[in-house]
Design a protein around this ligand. Sequence first.
Ligand SMILES: C[S@@+](CC[C@H](N)C(=O)[O-])C[C@H]1O[C@@H](n2cnc3c(N)ncnc32)[C@H](O)[C@@H]1O
Length: 191
Amino acid sequence: MEKREFEGFNKDEYVPIMKDESMSFLSKLCAENKPKRILEIGTYIGYSASVMLSSCEALVVTLEKVKENAELARKNLEPFKDRVKVVECDAGEYIEREDIGKFDLIFLDGPKGQYINYLPYLKRMLNKNGLLVADNVYFHGLVKNGGFVKHKLRTLVVNLRKFLEAISCDDDFDTTVYDFGDGLSVSRKKV
Ligand SMILES: C[S@@+](CC[C@H](N)C(=O)[O-])C[C@H]1O[C@@H](n2cnc3c(N)ncnc32)[C@H](O)[C@@H]1O
């Protein structure tokens, strides 16, 4: 289904949906790696979940904090209802509290400042050879540039830098960070 056909998609407003180039890449990753179970953090209205569901046969668990988004996503993902579970929750509390098993691919696209805090939980939830994919890791260039960052974005940018350093220095991961879109990291868990 096209993005603009999604309920809740307004082409005239900014919508926090992954950029097309990153979305094609994610779709290819799913098609090539054939994950059986995928966890997504940050559903919004379900577009990236639909791309992943269309690209492989995985079961997808996707977490979304905002009730209206979760409801729209359930409607938009109706064609995949046997393979997808949209959970309305705070992702951090949920992954800390719930035992939802292991995953072959985790797509991180929720609160950017929290990636570093989620990382230890997500690492434990990944199967061997599983992929951790994180979007917006360069956050409009602010993470990479090292220039002036407005006060209200400073913690987010610092935390994204910590996240990039953690995944790049962890010997259990093989990490590549791609420049396209808003910066996309892909870390394969070796153990
Ligand atoms: C960038 S959007 C996700 C876009 C979606 N992955 C796509 O490309 O179609 C981020 C989403 O994360 C949600 N979110 C923000 N903080 C969250 C949290 N703590 N727990 C769960 N979801 C959260 C937001 O409400 C928003 O819908």
